[in-house]
Design a protein around this ligand. Structure first.
Ligand SMILES: [Zn+2]
Length: 247
């Protein structure tokens, strides 16, 4: 089976990455990547004092418009590479802060990081309801996913609650090459369930520089080990649909 050339978790100099979006795109083309998402950090948690993030509306506007100009450029040049506009939201952020700055339909993909306890599930659910009310009752949400998800927090308690939540809200799970411990064999019970119920999965590298932009073999092997290839291909289909709809 063909190894999909996909990395949906990349940081640029708009947050704590070391590369410009331009350099990320150049390197992605030279690595033969086909689907990438720029997913810079958004947070007002403890992390905000340590790393730069998308912290003002004007910075967010510049970020989005820069990605968008590369999207048009790649299309014009008929490149195979598709670039998606993402954001990584730290679940330690306050709801008010998220609502103030993040308009969900401005993105193709939203990653939530640090879903580590059952309490974070109602947090995301209420955010989705508020976003719906504020912006659009009908439009489908962007792709929603859990960055570097650690299943260990849910194996003893809340397993089924988590699975139902992911299914009902069509939230994908990321295989992140920077956190291979989260797809270790000891979590096979979790990944068997992901396969059984058809939760989508993605591949991301958490790349902070261009050296690790195509570090995707480990996650792809894990996807194969757990027989989750179709769960990944379904996600790629959705990405292709988003790309086709883009003007
Ligand atoms: Zn990240």
């Amino acid at each position: 089976m063909k190894n999909p050339r996909i990395n949906l978790h990349i940081h640029s100099i708009y947050s704590d990455g070391n590369s410009t979006i331009e350099n990320i795109i150049k390197k992605a083309i030279s690595e033969g990547l086909e689907h990438i998402a720029i997913t810079d950090h958004f947070t007002n948690s403890w992390k905000a004092d340590i790393i730069p993030s998308l912290d003002t509306n004007s910075k967010i506007d510049r970020y989005r418009s820069e990605i968008s100009s590369y999207q048009s450029d790649l299309k014009r040049r008929k490149e195979t590479l598709q670039v998606f506009t993402g954001v990584e939201i730290d679940l330690g952020s306050s709801k008010e802060y998220i609502l103030k700055h993040i308009k969900p339909f401005d993105y193709d993909l939203i990653l939530f990081e640090y879903l580590e306890s059952l309490e974070s599930i109602p947090f995301i659910k209420s955010l989705l309801i508020l976003w719906r009310k504020a912006y659009s009752l009908k439009k489908p949400f962007p792709l929603l996913g859990l960055a570097h998800f650690d299943p260990s927090n849910f194996l003893c308690q809340g397993f089924q609650v988590l699975i139902n939540f992911l299914l009902e809200n069509e939230i994908f799970i990321e295989f992140n090459s920077s956190y291979s411990q989260y797809y270790s064999r000891k979590y096979s019970l979790f990944y068997e369930k992901v396969k059984e119920v058809g939760i989508l999965v993605s591949i991301g590298c958490d790349s902070h520089d261009t050296k690790r932009l195509a570090d995707i073999n480990g996650p792809w092997e894990a996807v194969n080990d757990y027989l989750l290839q179709n769960n990944l291909f379904e996600l790629i289909k959705k990405l292709n649909q988003i790309e086709r709809k883009r003007q």
